[in-house]
Design a protein around this ligand. Structure first.
Ligand SMILES: NC(=O)c1ccc[n+]([C@@H]2O[C@H](COP(=O)([O-])OP(=O)(O)OC[C@H]3O[C@@H](n4cnc5c(N)ncnc54)[C@H](OP(=O)(O)O)[C@@H]3O)[C@@H](O)[C@H]2O)c1
Length: 150
């Protein structure tokens, strides 16, 4: 699970980790948060695709031949302008919420169990009809950091 250290994730992790027979791993960026006892933490900063790849490698190594039954992509952030960039130069909200999670899902998909579940927490924020803020106001070229907003 990503985003288990705050908000909705904190509540979800309490319920899921309390189930018998569960091995629970979460990616966290070391911001001093706490997780329930027994939950394994692996460093993950979704603002860096290198960190995503390192996280996926460590999950695979620690799981060995075991399968992933549920992959929960819950972490998210929201920046109302396009002035922040990820380590790779992409608009930060787009990079964290979409690119990093897409890459993570692709990297871990081969380790999913048959009939395993991919759970994605999303938001109406992406919908211009609901919330008129970034990143949908920006052209793809802006989101990938090549030119400034015009
Ligand atoms: N709250 C709402 O009203 C609402 C409404 C619609 C949708 N959602 C969606 O629900 C999900 C959870 O929302 P929430 O309100 O519970 O959020 P939150 O309390 O702000 O928690 C966000 C989580 O994402 C993690 N995160 C953020 N940036 C990260 C990064 N660069 N690398 C690794 N982890 C990162 C945070 O880690 P740290 O502990 O390190 O900060 C935290 O665990 C999000 O996807 C959000 O879009 C929320």
């Amino acid at each position: 699970m990503t985003g288990a250290t705050s908000g909705l994730g904190t509540h979800a992790i309490r319920h899921i980790a309390a189930q018998p027979g569960i091995r629970f791993m979460t990616g966290a960026r070391g911001s001093g948060r706490t997780v329930p006892p027994g939950v394994e933490i692996i460093p993950l900063d979704l603002a860096s695709l290198t960190s995503v790849r390192e996280f996926a490698d460590r999950v695979k190594k620690q799981f060995g031949d075991a399968r992933i039954y549920i992959l929960i992509l819950n972490a998210g952030m929201q920046n109302a302008s396009n002035d922040l960039r990820s380590a790779d130069g992409y608009e930060l909200t787009f990079a964290v919420n979409h690119l990093a999670h897409y890459l993570l899902a692709r990297l871990l998909m081969p380790r999913m169990a048959d009939r395993g579940r991919l759970v994605i927490t999303t938001s109406e924020t992406h919908d211009p009809a609901v919330t008129p803020i970034a990143p949908h106001l920006y052209a793809p070229s802006v989101l990938i950091g090549k030119i400034t907003n015009s």
